[in-house]
Every structure is written in structure tokens, then in C-alpha cells.
Design a protein. Structure first.
Length: 369
């Protein structure tokens, strides 16, 4: 099996419900960079990267100009070798950021081709540990009023989710605490079949003293984990926060290689490992991070991209939760992810099963090679 052709497309996707967090500001769209590979045995495979509305053109350019020439006439089943070639091709200009986003989209397509050639779901090719994974509802808008926030959390509960995450990082810390307390009380009174876990995400908002102070207050409110309290560059700071708190510290969506995760984990800076298949470098690198976490007896919970992550979590023993965002790409997917009784069901189709309806997407630029 050889790759005979590859194409890319850059699309803008308006969000049904624009939102904001403590760091990135207002977001009303995401970008999708979609890669398609065509083989000499008739297999069409795809992968994608997403952004929060900027950077997509740079990702597409790297794929078109630097990565596609490496792929032509290569066998996608040599994915480890191809990943290494792509890594070193872009290593000088970036060991993270747009470079790993570009590698991720291609790597995802390579694995899609491998699974389709075997006529098996991606998770089955990787080696199944389960066929479904627990889901948590992820609230992503810091600017919701308290009533709106409780309505959103209520929708998560109605769908059978046993865990919920909300944003924190308000200018007034007392407002954060009031909102977390209100959500905790709401969850405690929501249903009688077990305690619903509550997590909070600060989106890199604080410094070490503030993170420890807020974390100790959240502990009193029964919060399960504090996510991204600091900028991702501060490994030592995360270790200080993790050491000071009895609650778990989670991070990973802004880490871009197994080496970065190794530094975090070996420093004791993480209790919950959160690799994102798109920001990290694809399926190949994601699996290595999950294995590192397993060696340290740490659980893995994912960030966004739940349609592809469900395969990966189903293939590892240390899976914890799949993140299910309040804002969805379902309107643009041909086969949205199936959720049942608080679990995401791995698609039983060849490949990863993530197919965008491109007739509904707005193309930003044409394929350039």
C-alpha cells in the first residue's frame, strides 16, 4: 500500500455558542485543517487539526510544503518511521505549536489508512481494553451568568454524565468560589444515584501562590481536580501546587511532546494526565504519553476532539474520562459520537470514523502544493 496523493483544506467553523475563558478571550469560531491521503489500493484516509480561530493557515502551509512531499509513495503502515521523519523535518523550526499540529493531522490520517486497510476500527487496531469510556460534561464559558451556568450543568446531568467541569479565573476570586459552591450544591441535589464529580479549569490564569490559595478553597468544596492553574512553561510551579494540595492537579492540552510530559510527570507536577491528540503530535505520540502515564500509575483524561479520543481511551488501561465540550462540532460531522448513559461508545466502523460534511464548512483557502 502506497500513498499516491495527498490534499489539504482549511475551514472556518462558527460556534453555535461563542464563549470565553480566563486566558484566550472571546472565541466565536474554530479552524479545521483537514488532510486526505489517497492510496494505490483505493483507500481514502483523513486526519485533522483544529485551532481556536487562528494559526490554521500556518499549519496547512507546513503540511503542504514540508510534510506531504515526505509521504508520497510511502506505505502508511510504516507510521513510526514516517512520524520520525516528520518530526525531524520540522524540528529546527519548532518542537511544538503549529509543527506538532501539522504532524498530528497527517499522523491521524496515517492511522486511519492503517485501520481501514485492516477493515477494523482504530481502537481495535491499537488493542481494545474496552468499547466505551466515561464522559464528563465540560462547560467552556467563563462569562455565563450563574443561572446560565447552572442550566448548562443541569443539561449535563440530564444526559447521565457522572462528572462536570466548569471554568474559573474570574477577576474576583470570591465570585469563582461562589460559582463553584453553587454548582457543587446543585450537583449534590441533582439525583440520588451517586455523587457527581466536579472539576475546575483555570486556563493558566494564576501564579503559584494564587493557585495554592484557590486550590485549598476548592478542596473545601469537594473539587476533584484543578486544571491548568499556571502557564504550561512553569513545570516547577505546577509541582509546588501539586505538592501543596490534596486535590489532583491536571494539565496537558498545552504540552506538545512526550518529552514535555516526561518532565512534568517526573517532577510530580501532574496527577491527571491530559494529552490532546491534535496538539501533541497525533496518535503515535499520544500513545507514548499514555504509556508514560501508566508507568507512573497516573490516569489519562482527554481534551476536546472526543470523536478521535474515544478510540485511544478505549485502547489503554489507565483511561479516566473523555471530555465532552459544551460547544460541539456535531453539526458538521456526518456521524456524531454516540453517547449513552454517561459513556461514549467507540464507533464500530473501519478507521476512526470522523468525517466532516465539507458541504457545511467554509473553505478559507485552496490546496496549495
Amino acid at each position: 500500500m502506497k500513498i499516491k496523493e495527498a490534499t489539504t483544506g482549511l475551514y472556518r467553523v462558527p460556534l453555535r455558542n461563542p464563549h470565553a475563558d480566563a486566558t484566550h478571550g472571546h472565541m466565536n469560531q474554530v479552524e479545521l485543517v483537514i488532510v486526505k491521503l489517497f492510496t494505490d489500493v483505493g483507500i481514502e484516509a483523513s486526519g485533522y487539526a483544529y485551532t481556536i480561530g487562528r494559526g490554521g493557515a500556518a499549519i496547512k502551509a507546513l503540511i503542504d510544503q514540508e510534510l506531504i512531499p515526505l509521504l508520497l509513495n510511502e506505505d502508511p503502515r510504516y507510521v513510526e518511521s514516517l512520524w520520525e521523519k516528520m518530526w525531524w523535518q520540522l524540528h529546527w523550526v519548532g518542537r511544538g505549536g503549529v509543527a506538532t499540529f501539522a504532524i498530528s493531522a497527517v499522523d491521524m490520517a496515517l492511522w486511519d489508512a492503517i485501520a481501514k486497510a485492516a477493515a477494523q476500527p482504530l481502537g481495535a487496531i491499537l488493542g481494545l481494553h474496552r468499547d466505551r469510556v466515561p464522559v464528563y460534561g465540560s462547560g467552556v464559558d467563563l462569562n455565563l451568568t450563574l443561572d446560565e451556568l447552572l442550566e448548562e450543568v443541569g443539561r449535563f446531568v440530564e444526559r447521565g454524565f457522572t462528572a462536570v467541569k466548569i471554568k474559573v479565573g474570574k477577576n474576583d476570586p470570591e465570585e469563582d468560589l461562589e460559582r463553584v459552591d453553587a454548582v457543587r450544591n446543585f450537583l449534590d441535589g441533582a439525583r440520588g444515584r451517586g455523587r457527581i464529580a466536579l472539576m475546575v479549569d483555570a486556563n493558566m490564569r494564576w501564579d503559584v501562590p494564587k493557585a495554592i490559595t484557590m486550590g485549598r478553597e476548592f478542596e473545601k468544596l469537594g473539587v476533584l481536580w484543578l486544571e491548568e492553574p499556571l502557564i504550561p512553561d512553569d513545570v516547577e510551579g505546577h509541582a509546588k501546587v501539586a505538592d501543596a494540595l490534596s486535590m489532583a492537579v491536571a494539565a496537558g492540552e498545552n504540552l506538545h511532546s512526550k518529552y514535555e510530559f516526561k518532565r512534568y510527570i517526573s517532577a510530580g507536577a501532574l496527577d491527571i494526565v491530559q494529552p490532546d491528540v491534535v496538539t501533541l503530535g497525533g496518535v503515535t505520540e499520544w500513545l507514548k504519553v499514555a504509556a508514560i502515564a501508566e508507568a507512573w500509575n497516573l490516569p489519562v483524561a482527554t481534551h476536546f476532539a472526543d470523536e478521535i479520543h474515544v478510540h485511544l481511551l478505549c485502547a489503554i488501561p489507565n483511561a479516566m474520562y473523555l471530555e465532552h465540550h459544551a460547544y460541539r462540532l456535531d453539526d458538521y460531522l456526518i456521524n456524531p459520537l454516540i453517547l449513552k448513559d454517561g459513556y461514549a461508545i467507540m464507533p464500530d466502523v473501519p478507521g476512526h470514523g470522523v468525517y466532516f460534511d465539507e458541504t457545511k464548512l467554509t473553505r478559507v483557502s485552496e490546496n496549495v502544493r
